[in-house]
Write a protein that binds this ligand. Structure first.
Ligand code: ATP
Length: 439
């Protein structure tokens, strides 16, 4: 199964999804760049999450807070003292692991391990030209602290009432001991987080509500039930701020792995920030006259991790080739059956041949009319069969082929990625048909 990951890594590079960062210098740790298709897919994920969390729910508003914050934020949040992993090093091969990954001996060479050392995950930087301790700052390790910093600003400016939520998408940084499994664990990643502020007595109800909503989101985007599970995390393994935690896990080829955390943070954040800042962050309920720290339910997804799960889920290899009409046995062919809302490119426009000017002209004309409406590509290089293979590998949903018949009766061929079925559609109805199919 590990093999599947290396196939996806290679496909991701070959087809413009994900490249190793600074590759000409040999790459850099666990950094990756998202290519033309990767960035489209990421944008789709973020847009769908935003739509789900903000547009489809009452009382959730957006925010975009700064990455750099006053270092006191991280003192109060407990990250400077509590956000750490235990690191163990192998005496023999010198490789380092999180202590939970290496129990008694080195997982790589079986060597003896040195005593575990505590390792803070916050990334440090220096603000201002002088590198003294007074100007030390941290790259945020989670986006939600920016939300707590703005709890009052949002509450007052938007005249909200409890319960309500604040959602944000942005970069987070962690100095991970052992980044691995391609984009599963990296030091720089993007999070999509929503913080739901509610009355303490309602927290349990809302925890279950958001857990269900989030699981349904993955199901609605094509992840099958059998590959998804919600795991309650024991007190010993929970994050330092969590009173209750459920991880939504996906069945990766290397085993079950978390893609999203649902955390009940209680009043940990607002009460600590009140204590450290001296500012009273309690909420006053005008009707009941009750004053209290709202409790927080957090939903937190990694953009890249969920993208990885969606890619793995979409990857399908067909031994002997997809076309069964000919006897000739071909090499395994790949089709990325990405959900239509996530697919980076929706439509490919292909002239059947490139040496017939009338066909090429018509295909280019169609491409120009479709481009403002969908992400499209135009491809005239190679035989039509090879081009279908290529677009199947990139997950393009529909191919519009302009052929000789187009010149006679003004129809084009429309080919479906998943079924490979072809139908003829009038060129003048094409836009309407495509909009209908992609709805
Ligand atoms: P893990 O146990 O895998 O380190 P975590 O429990 O520390 O993750 P959270 O703090 O709950 O993760 O973060 C929420 C989400 O952010 C995770 O579910 C994951 O999708 C994403 N995430 C966290 N750390 C990383 C990372 N190093 N690389 C990529 N995504 C990450």
């Amino acid at each position: 199964m590990e093999n599947k990951i290396s196939k996806i890594v290679s496909l991701a590079k070959r087809r413009g999804f994900i490249f190793p960062s600074s590759e000409i210098y040999g790459g850099f740790g666990s950094s990756y760049d998202f290519g033309p298709l990767g960035v489209e897919m990421k944008r789709n994920i973020k847009q769908l999450w935003w739509q789900e969390m903000i547009n489809n729910h009452d009382s959730v508003v957006g925010l975009d807070a700064a990455i750099l914050m006053n270092p006191k934020v991280w003192e109060a949040s407990g990250h400077l003292s509590g956000f750490s992993d235990y690191l163990v090093e192998c005496k023999n091969c010198k490789k380092r692991f999180k202590s939970e990954e290496a129990k008694n001996k080195c997982p790589e060479c079986g060597g003896e391990l040195l005593k575990p050392r505590k390792f803070n995950l916050m990334m440090k930087t220096f603000v201002g030209p002088v590198e003294d301790s007074a100007s030390t700052a941290y790259l945020r390790a989670e986006t939600c602290q920016g939300i707590y910093m703005n709890f009052e600003n949002v509450l007052n400016s938007m005249r909200l009432k409890i319960p309500f939520g604040i959602a944000q998408i942005g970069k987070a940084f962690r100095n991970e001991v052992n980044p691995k499994n391609f984009i599963f664990r990296t030091r720089e990643f993007e999070q999509m987080e929503m913080q739901w502020f509610c009355h303490p007595k309602q927290a349990n109800k809302w925890f279950n509500f958001w857990k269900k909503e989030r699981i349904n989101w993955y199901l609605s985007l094509g992840i099958p039930k059998k590959d998804l599970r919600a795991v309650e995390i024991s007190a010993k393994q929970r994050a330092h701020y969590a009173q209750k935690q459920v991880d939504i896990e996906y069945r990766f080829p290397f085993g079950w792995g978390e893609i999203e955390g649902i955390h009940y943070r209680g009043d940990w954040d607002l009460s600590n920030h009140s204590k450290y800042s001296g500012k009273d962050l309690k909420y006053f309920d005008q009707e009941s006259k009750e004053k209290y720290f709202p409790h927080i339910i957090e939903t937190s997804v990694g953009v890249e991790r969920s993208l990885f799960a969606f890619l793995i889920n979409a990857y399908e290899e067909v031994k002997g080739g997809r076309t069964k009409t000919t006897k000739a046995v071909k090499e395994a062919e790949v089709v990325l059956k990405i959900h239509k809302k996530l697919a980076p490119i929706k439509i490919a426009v292909l002239p059947l041949v490139k040496n017939k000017p009338k066909i090429v002209k018509k295909a280019k004309e169609i491409y120009q009319t479709l481009k403002p409406h969908f992400t499209c590509l135009y491809d005239q290089v190679g035989s039509i069969g090879r081009r279908y293979r290529r677009i199947d590998e990139t997950g393009v949903l529909l191919a519009v082929t302009v052929d000789f018949q187009t010149l006679d009766d003004k129809t084009v061929t429309l080919r479906d990625r998943d079924t490979m079925k072809q139908e003829r559609v009038k060129a003048e109805d094409l836009l309407k048909t495509l909009k209908e199919k992609l709805k």
